[in-house]
Structure formats: C-alpha cells, structure tokens
Write a protein that binds this ligand. Structure first.
Ligand code: PEP
Ligand code: MG
Length: 584
C-alpha cells in the first residue's frame, strides 16, 4: 500500500474506485485486471470483435452493391483476420496470464503485427500490414467506446486515472461524479490542469507508470493538498483520511465567516488580499467582495480554448468582463507568459533543451512585438472601465523593462490619437522571478510602480530545480533559507523605494508563510480564490509586530527543516485558533 508522490495540480481530498480513461484518441488505456475479472474481460473482447465483424459484413454488402464484389473482398479478408486463432490466442493469453485489459492486449497485438511486417521487405507487404492491423484497431475503438459509453451512463463516482491530463480526461464525466483525477504525465499548467482547478477537482499528476499499477475499480486515495496518492489503502489509512476530510470541512466552514472581513492585523496594518485568475470560469467560484482585487490575471490561459490567437476586440471583451466583475477593485493583468511549461495549442514555441531557461514570457513578446502591442491595446482600452494595472513577467534586466515601456508609450499614444479613452495613470509592475533581478532591485524599483514576486519560478531558478520535474521535486523547497532571505530582501528593498510589493506565487496561499510575508513588509498577497478566507484569518490573528519578530528569528535559521518546523508552530497555532473560533 505505497504512498506515491506526484505533482500538486489542484488541492483537495478524494477517495473512491478508480476508472482509467483514454487520454488521447490514438492511445489505448492500460490497466491491470484482478484474477476474477479475466473471464468477463474475454467476454467483453468477444462482444467487441462480434460488433466489428458485423459492421464489416454490413459494409461488405454495401460496397459489393455499389462497386462490385471484387472491391468488397477486402472487407471479407478483414473478417477472416478477426477470426485468426493464432492472433486471438495471443490476445487471450495477455488477458488471462498477464491480466491486461482487452484494449491493451489488442493494442499489443497490433504492435507485434506491425513490427513483424515492418521487418519484411517490399511496399506491398507493408501495405498488407495496414490491412492486417486495421480490423484490430476497430476492435480497440469498439472496446473503448462501449466501455466509455456504459460507464458514462452509470452513476458511479470515481477517481479518474489517465495517461495525460487532457481536457477530455477532466470533462469526461460531470464534476459531481469525480472524486479526483490522477495522471502519469501533464504539468501544472496544462489546459487540463487549469480546468481541474477551476472545477475544484483534486488533482495529482506526474506519476510515471501509474496506469500499469492500477486495477480498474481499485480504491485510490488522492491528497491534492500534498500531491500524494495511495493505491488500495488499508482500513487504518482510510479512517485517517476520513478524519482529515472531516477536519478539512470543519475548518472550511469555520473559516467561511472570515472571508468577507478585511485583512487587518490586530495592531492595525491592512494588507490587500488579491486573487490569481486563470480563466473567466474562476470568476464564478468565489464572492468578489471577499478579495481586494485581482493580483494576477494569467492571460495565457484565457486563450487556451481556442484555435487562433484572439483579436484585440476579443481580448478587450475578456479583460473588460474581469474588470466589470471586480466592481471597482483593481485588476492586475499580466502580459502573455507563454513558453516553458505553458503552451497554447496554436502558438507553438520551438522544442528547446531547457525550456525553463528558454524562450518564454517577455522574451517571446519582445520578439513577437505584434502580440504585445495587440495585448497592450486591449488592456489599455479596459482601463477606461475600472482600475487596471499591468504586470510584466520574466524580467531579467532593466533593458527589458525599458523595451516594454517604449512599446507601452507608443501604444498609449496610438490609442489616444485614435480617440480611445485610456486611464491617465496605468500602474506598471514587473514580476520578480529571475534571480538576476535581486541584484538590480533598486534600479528596477526606481522605474516601476510595483513588483510582484513569482515564487513558483523564483524558487526553481534560485535552487536550479525544475518545478515540474517529478524526479527532482523533492529538492523544490520554497522554505530554503536562500529563498526566505531573498524574500526578506525584496520586502526591504520595496519599502526603501516606497513601492508596493506582492507575492503571487503559490506559497502565499500558505497561512504561516503569509504571516511571515506580512512581517517582511509585503503589503499584498495574491492567491487562488480558495485561500482567501484562511489568509484573512491568519493576518487578522497575528499582530504585525509579532510577525516581524518571527521573521527575525527565521532569518537566523540555517536549514529548510528548521524554518519549516518554526512555521509549523504558527500553522498549528492558527489551526487551533480557527477551530476555537468555530466552537466559540
Ligand atoms: C510564479 O512564477 O510564481 C508565478 C506566479 O507565475 P507562473 O506560476 O504563472 O509562472
Ligand atoms: Mg512565473
């Protein structure tokens, strides 16, 4: 009953029978059968073969009628292929002896046939290979279709397992029928991941060879908060999990009364608690009166469900929708941050050996300036409808900031000349996520209106650990003393310059880290909507003076273990206070 570590994509807890789905149309799902399921699986295979056989017979008659018996003959050959006892014995053996599901067993036969034929010479033989495998492909398709259809009609609530976190895997069933999703591949910023988060489905990805370890209907426990899963958990693990679920819901209901309160420390300092948005769907998942605005609109994801890049008009409508929904609260729109682990289906960046160190964010938009100009026009037009701030990602030098400013000024001039309304003051900020910026911070701060720390990237670049590589994810340590000291220095530098400083990376959603950041002088935190309530509770619970004392202490610590132990103390204290508040 091993616990397997994957990557966190969407928080939450889920437990239930697993259902393996095909993630792509061209791949057969693989899972293991229990010994007592092999008979039924062979029957399922029989039914699929009969179904394809019947279709072939029907088509043969139609073709014979339309173009003659000779051309229809090939379909008769396809029928014979399906009745080949040797091939069938191989498939049955894989199901019975290796306990492979029928789709995977037939898929393996197809590969064997292709390999055998591929070794023989001559075009006609290779053409024959296609003929031999085609009816078996139809069987795989029939198996998958009937399986998916009959499953979709049932009412079971399941944990979905798939090879990849595709949008199909996320939307294959209604939200109410999904406990959680687990996949072998897929980063935190795939389209499927964005969907899973906005639907609130707990989700863990990046578990190599997962499907081969699963049996259909096996119980799987998913902890989206920690990125772990347990296969076939024993009773004690299930009982502990249930207790956690209860605690989680008690905590959520206890916290709900805090979401609407302002984030003011007991000694009177107000912080802005903002939201990170990835899709317009996110707007429906929380009450806007619970936040002080949008701290990060990841515009790249607004454009995912499309086939071409959106026009200025379409972008303007999207931004305006966000601005209108925020009812006067500021909206921070980040310019496109594609490349690396964020890809749009219609804007393919080249294959790079080190994508995280490659062509991404502002490096792309400064080269493909049309993208930036169109986006800036749309953003600037949205400023006429409410407070908008512009945020530039992946900045590594002052020159890049100047280049963006130049395009910004030209765009503003062009718009005003064309008679558009543009706000006279549009605050422009940069993301602090590349370590080089730490050494030129004062220069950068002198030129921008605010900074926002992207700790997701800053941590990976400071520690040289790819944030999406499951093999090194154990080394991805946001509480590394280097990270903590860098964060403190950024807070100090912003204060010196009198500029607003925010953290919009995921660590800001951790209530103990939020207290630390408040103590470091951060005036705003931007988090996924589900963290708003806990953050406000934490800020309202601990006086700023005390948070500053915690920072002093933590800055003296020399290892992540010590820092985490120290923060665990705060987390525990806050946890108890939340429950005590509920009881009181
Ligand atoms: C970050 O790097 O912390 C950040 C907020 O940007 P993203 O996660 O979108 O790269
Ligand atoms: Mg980033």
């Amino acid at each position: 009953m091993p616990q397997i570590q994957g990557l966190i994509v969407a928080p939450g807890l889920g437990l239930g029978p697993v259902h393996v789905v095909r993630a792509r149309l061209d791949s057969a799902p693989v899972w293991s059968l229990r010994a007592d399921e092999t008979g039924a699986e062979i029957e399922r295979l029989d039914a699929a073969i009969d179904q394809v056989f019947e279709v072939l017979g029907r088509r043969q008659k139609e073709v014979a009628k339309a173009v003659g018996e000779r051309d229809a003959g090939i379909l008769g050959v396809h029928q014979m292929i399906l009745r080949d006892p040797g091939a069938r014995a191989d498939v049955d053996r894989a199901i019975r002896d290796e306990r492979l599901n029928a789709e995977a067993a037939v898929d393996r036969l197809i590969h064997t046939l292709e390999e055998t034929m591929g070794r023989l010479d001559g075009d006609s033989i290779r053409g024959y290979a296609a003929d031999v495998t085609e009816p078996w492909r139809a069987v795989v398709k029939a198996l998958m279709q009937t399986d998916q259809e009959s499953f979709a009609q049932s009412e079971d609530k399941v944990v979905i397992a798939a090879a990849e976190l595709t949008p199909e895997a996320v939307t294959f069933l209604g939200r109410e029928r999904i406990h959680a999703i687990v996949t072998e591949a897929g980063g935190r910023f795939s389209h499927g991941a964005v969907l899973a988060r906005s639907f609130g489905i707990p989700c863990v990805v990046g578990i190599p060879n997962l499907l081969a370890r699963l049996e259909q209907n096996m119980q799987v426990l998913v902890d989206g908060d920690h990125g772990t899963i347990v296969l076939d958990p024993d009773e004690a693990t299930i009982a502990a999990f249930m207790t956690r679920c209860d605690q989680r819901s008690t905590r959520t209901s206890a916290l709900s009364s805090h979401a609407g309160k302002p984030a003011v420390t007991p000694d009177g300092t107000k912080l802005d608690v903002l939201v990170n948005l990835e899709s317009v769907r996110d707007l429906d998942t929380f009450d806007v009166s619970h936040c002080d605005g949008v701290g990060l609109l990841r515009t790249e994801f607004l454009y995912m469900e499309r086939t071409v890049f959106p026009s200025e008009e379409e972008q303007f409508r999207l931004y305006r929708r966000v601005v209108d929904s925020m009812q006067g609260r500021p909206v921070t729109i980040r310019t496109l941050d594609i490349g690396g682990d964020k890809q749009l289906p219609y804007f393919k960046t080249p294959k790079e050996a080190n994508p995280a160190l490659g062509w991404r964010g502002t490096r792309v938009t400064l080269e493909w300036q049309d993208l930036l100009r169109v986006q800036l026009r749309a953003v600037m037009r949205a400023t006429a409808h409410g407070p908008v701030r512009l945020l530039i990602p992946m900045i590594s030098s002052l020159d890049e900031v100047h280049s963006v400013f130049k395009i910004f000024d030209e765009t503003r001039l062009q718009l005003t000349e064309q008679g558009y309304d543009v706000a006279p003051d549009i605050p422009v900020g940069i993301m602090i996520e590349v370590p080089s910026t730490l050494w030129i911070l004062d220069d950068l701060l002198a030129e921008v209106d605010f900074i926002s720390v992207g700790t997701n990237d800053l941590v990976q670049y400071l520690l040289a650990v790819d944030r999406d590589n499951v093999f090194v994810s154990g080394l991805y340590e946001p509480m590394h003393p280097a990270v903590i000291r860098a964060l403190a220095e950024i807070g100090r530098a912003a204060k010196r310059a009198g500029k607003s400083v925010c953290v919009c990376g995921e660590i800001a959603g951790d209530e103990a880290v939020a207290v630390l950041l408040a103590g470091m002088g951060y005036d705003s935190l931007s988090v996924a909507p589900n963290f708003l309530a806990v953050l406000k509770f934490a800020i309202r619970a601990i006086p700023l003076a005390e948070a500053q004392g915690i920072v002093e202490h933590v800055l003296r610590l020399r290892s992540a273990t010590e820092i985490k132990a120290s923060l665990e103390g705060i987390r525990k204290r806050l946890g108890e206070a939340i429950l005590a508040h509920e009881a009181g």
